[in-house]
Structure formats: structure tokens, C-alpha cells
Design a protein around this ligand. Sequence first.
Ligand code: CP
Ligand code: NVA
Length: 300
Amino acid sequence: MTKHFLTLLDIDPANLDSLLQRAIELKRMQHAGERFAPFSGKVMGMIFDKSSTRTRVSFETGMAQFGGHAIFLSPRDTQLGRGEPIEDSARVLSRMVDIIMIRTYAHDYIETFARYSRVPVINALTDSYHPCQLLADVQTFVEHRGSVAGKTVCWIGDGNNMCHSYINAARQFGFKLRIATPVGYEPDADILAAAGDSAWLCHDPVEAISGADFVATDVWASMGQEEEQKERERKFADFQVTAELMSHAKENALFTHCLPAHRGEEVAAEVIDGPRSIVWDAAENRLHAQKALIEYLLAK
Ligand code: CP
Ligand code: NVA
């Protein structure tokens, strides 16, 4: 059976925990200058229908450090952008490369792709989920504070792909998620309902953040929603993570953001650039967590 990573639910909680411990170990090895290149000759195909800085550089660097190679595939200069069926693209690419990473719009695109792929497929962000970011975010929390199980995590802002992955993470890592979104920008009702009492939704940022150990937010307009930017700025105005809002969380609460961030919109500069922010560690951990993920998916 080919293993895929389309959402966090594709890996059971025990394996997710070991994967993050392995990420911490791979990070230690990399920082110590130990060469670890078990994937010489292995190739990753990287399909990007949307822009990226961190995701592209972390996957490409990870494969290079492992002794393998990565190929950047853009729809602009491949047949992917000229209407070749997903099924055919999946069949052809997966006969050549060893693992495939996809960043795209509709989540069902990667589901279809994975059905026709002979090799593991990784979700590198869809309109619905961003599970790789959660591996890094949880790894970072664990490094700073220990296990996230039983902790209270707060999501402020849009009920978007990142919010959906936080909901799944609450189920898989055993934390309580408290979400505050503006009315009309709630997460998908089915994804929320499936989390049972692991995730809880309201429309009041102060209520949601009260007692939180970890606070996360994201842009107000995601990729593909650029034309809604102005309207969203109005509707999300009360959802900026400010120092005042953070004062309602626990005293030692940490803050994160998947980046890129807009200071003065979803987060105040003094928060993202302040002492409780772990955004740079989380950004770096994309590399280590995804290396652990590649190892897990390529394991026989
Ligand atoms: N956080 C994240 O996925 O960043 P990029 O869009 O730069 O890949
Ligand atoms: N929600 C954002 C995340 C970017 C990493 C987006 O989809 O654009």
C-alpha cells in the first residue's frame, strides 16, 4: 500500500509523535554537521500551482541533504497547465519519480492524483488543508514547552486551510483548540464536527484566547482570495493578534504564524517580533519535519 500524506488524519497519532521526535533528531544531526544521505538517487517531483517560499525551499533542501534530488514543476511550463488529465499526469510522473509533493487549489485534485499515483503524495497546501505546516508548528511547540497533549491552543482569524489543519491536529495530538473567527468565516462545519470536543468555535477573540498555551493566526485573505482583501480587512479588523489580546492568554503562551505575515493586519509587529513568537523556529522546522515525513513515507 502506498502511503500518502493528504491530511494529518493519514498518519495515526503514535506515528505522528514518533515522526516529530525523528524531526527533532534530524535537526540535531543537521545542526551538528552530520551528513545523513540515505536517499541517494531518489527524486521528488514538486508541483506548484500556487506561490511558495518556505515550502519549496524546505522540500528541495531536504531532498538535497538526504542525497536525493527535487524537480520543480510549474503548470506554466509543463503539460499540467495545458489540460492533461490529472489521472494521466499522476500515472506518468509516478513511474519516474519516487515521491510527489503538490501545492494546489482544490483538495480533490490531490485526492485524485494520489489515487492514480504509484508513489507517496504529500499535500503541500490546498484550499482546504496545510498539514506540513502543522508538523512544524507542533514540533516547535514541543521543543519549547514539551508535549502539546492536554494543552489549550487558540486559532484567531479565518476558518481557512490552516484552521482546518489545526482542527485535525487537535484530534491527532490531543490538545483542545479554541477558534475565534468573524461571522461568515467559520471553518468547514463537517471538519469541525468530526473533531468533537477537541475543537470549539466562537466569534470573540478574547473568549477564545483566554487561558491558551499557544496562539496561532494566518493571513486574512489566502492565495486565490486576493480580490476579497479589502472586504476582509473590514470584517477581520477586530481579529488582529495584538499584545493586548495576547495578555488574555497564559503568561507563558507562545505565538506562531505560518508566514508570510502582514504586520498591522492579522498580527501586530510587537507580537510577531516579540519574545513569545516562535515563528522563525517554526519556519526552520518545516525543513526538519518534512525530512522526517519523507523518511516515513519512503520507508518500505
Ligand atoms: N508557510 C508556508 O507554507 O509558506 P510558503 O507559502 O512560503 O511556502
Ligand atoms: N492560508 C494561507 C497560507 C499560506 C502558507 C494561504 O492559503 O494562502
